[in-house]
Design a protein around this ligand. Structure first.
Ligand code: GH3
Ligand code: MG
Ligand code: MG
Length: 549
């Protein structure tokens, strides 16, 4: 859940107030330690005291900047470094000087200095626009092309609006912003240059808008200009509808993804609370852990996509914990980012050599924190999708969709209710490949998977069972409902035009549905759905049949 800006401000201020209370306690402690250091003449005792001082300064240096006390953070860092120097080689005179500096530091009215500091700023937002009825505006002067694109996209479930002039586009954009804008690079007399027009239009919008461009030209210059305007896709005429829809789909897949799961491990509770708040507000799902010994439980339950790890903790160090995480093969791919006040590059490198992927240095601004976590989380998810998903369609692979069937069958056996399994196969697909080539055949497969993704619910699972064969699992769904949905998808798919060498063609599919009952097992259910699908083929294809069993 993201919090509103007002709430966030309040929460950040509360955290700052808590940090200030902590300072009011910690600074006198430092003062006392400095006095002990001055009073002691035993070098072993001095070393112990210095060690304690150094640890406390280290934490302070990392946290103070984050809570808006930059100056204090810098001072703490300077003193921390000189404590470290003194630990290796110290003379009585140096110790004396150091203790005095510490006393000054802890006595000065830091807390007063603090209260003048800037209030923390709101963290950046990620916009999660609604998944339903994605709104797409098409600016295309060619009436026929605009209309066919519109009807194709409507078949995919998008809410589309086709306009022919730049003036009309401005009018609809002013009424309501679309989720994506598709625009012809060659417009009307008013604005002949579509790219210049769209640059001007989007510059006035409050948010960046994904743009797709349709163009007569394919020359390098035009494409370069499109890139500079920031378009997300470039399509030449004759328009390949399924390729364009595929690009739309990938734009939305990125947007509608589940929130990224981030685990923060830090013994400094206020600091991790603050990081959590900032990342939460950027739309991420965050858990914090302060007891490293509970790492297994959290990793299993929460399955984080990024781990933010403190370097210095009392029970074990960050690099040690990172190595424990890496002992488990299942977690080898999870990026581990050290979040540390460590600025010494050689120490950073040492930690990275043990385990872990990157360093983020405390204090860090809210924006920088969100940006670094987001970048790693996106990459991690891309990688994990690339490994577990079918590369052509982005759907689950054979073994994973079968696993999904089993999970659903077990669930209905346990909780009652009913689920349906659908097997779906393209009709006469060999002919499509033979006539138009394998690449165009691939477009058809991709279009069908996009249509299924677009039309089905989020709780449904979708897999590519084999070449041109798909499996769908529909939880909480009876035969009649499943047949209605699949029939609707079947009709829409049959209407989709596919382009090949200036001509267009259509493809159909056949499907079979089986419903689970309390005695079902996954393999039987798939088998029954498959039999129903073959019955649909035998009955003339382009139809959906239910298994009688
Ligand atoms: P039916 O209506 O009985 O299903 O006829 P069909 O031609 O679809 O069935 P058949 O099993 O004879 O042929 C399936 C074809 O699907 C053959 C294969 O080349 C093609 N195919 C399988 N996977 C892919 C793929 O990833 N890309 C492309 N382009 N074609 C594929
Ligand atoms: Mg720590
Ligand atoms: Mg087939």
């Amino acid at each position: 859940m993201t919090t509103s800006d007002d709430e966030l401000q309040k929460l950040l201020l509360t955290l700052s107030a808590q940090f200030r209370e902590r300072l009011e306690k910690e600074l006198p402690e430092l003062h006392a330690l400095a006095q002990q250091l001055l009073a002691s003449s035993d070098s072993a005792v001095q070393q112990l005291i210095l060690q304690g001082i150094r640890e406390q300064l280290h934490k302070l240096a990392g946290a103070a900047g984050t809570f808006g006390y930059a100056e204090l953070g810098v001072q703490a860092r300077t003193l921390e470094l000189s404590s470290a120097d003194l630990l290796s080689a110290s003379t009585a005179a140096q110790l004396q000087l150091h203790a005095q500096a510490l006393q000054l530091f802890s006595q000065q009215d830091c807390v007063a200095q603090i209260s003048d500091c800037n209030t923390p700023s709101a963290a950046p937002h990620i916009n999660n626009s609604s998944e339903l009825n994605r709104r797409i505006y098409i600016l295309e002067p060619d009436q026929q092309l605009g209309e066919s694109l519109q009807s194709t996209l409507q078949n995919f479930g998008y809410a589309t609006e086709h306009v022919r002039t730049s003036v009309a586009l401005r009018a609809v954009v002013n009424q309501q912003l679309p989720d994506v804008l598709i625009i012809d690079s060659h417009l009307d007399e008013e604005n002949p240059d579509g790219l210049a027009f769209v640059r001007e239009l989007t510059a006035q919008l409050p948010l960046p808008l994904p743009l797709l461009v349709i163009s007569q030209q394919h020359d390098f210059d035009t494409r370069l200009r499109a890139v500079r305007v920031g378009v997300a896709g470039f399509f030449t005429k004759p328009l390949n509808f399924s390729a364009l829809e595929s690009r739309l789909d990938s734009i939305f897949v990125q947007q509608r993804g589940e929130p990224y799961r981030v685990l923060i491990i830090d013994d400094d509770l206020e600091l991790s609370k603050r990081y959590r708040l900032v990342l939460d507000n950027a739309g991420m799902q965050v858990e914090t852990l302060s007891q490293p010994q509970n790492i297994d439980e959290v990793m299993h339950r929460f399955n984080p996509e990024v781990v933010l790890l403190d370097v210095h903790m009392p029970l074990c160090s960050g690099p040690e914990l990172a190595q424990i995480i890496r002992f488990n093969d299942a977690w080898l791919r999870v990026p581990i980012i050290y979040l540390s006040a460590e600025t010494d590059i050689s120490n950073q490198i040492k930690a990275l050599l043990k385990a872990g992927d990157d360093f983020v240095t405390k204090p860090i601004s809210d924006n920088a924190l969100v940006a670094s976590v987001l970048a790693r989380a996106q990459r991690a998810r891309l990688l994990s999708n690339a490994l577990s998903r079918d590369s052509l369609t982005g759907l689950l692979k054979h073994a994973d969709i079968k696993e999904q069937v089993a999970v659903e069958v077990e669930r209905t056996a346990r909780n009652g209710g009913s689920a349906c399994v659908v097997m779906l196969d393209l009709d006469n697909f060999k002919q499509v490949n033979d006539r138009y080539g394998h690449a165009i055949g691939d477009n058809v497969i991709r279009a069908l998977s996009n249509l299924l993704r677009q039309r089905l619910r989020r709780i449904d699972s979708l897999g590519r069972y084999g070449g041109e064969e798909f499996t769908v699992v529909l939880p909480d769904c009876n035969l009649e409902q499943a047949k209605n949905i699949l029939d609707e998808i079947r009709q829409r798919f049959a209407e989709l035009p596919f382009m090949a060498h200036d001509s267009s063609f259509n493809v159909t599919f056949s499907a079979g549905i089986a419903q689970s009952n309390s005695q079902s097992n996954a393999n039987q259910l798939i088998e029954l759905a498959d039999q129903a699908m073959y019955a649909a083929k035998a009955a003339g294809r382009n139809q959906v049949l239910c298994s009688p069993a």
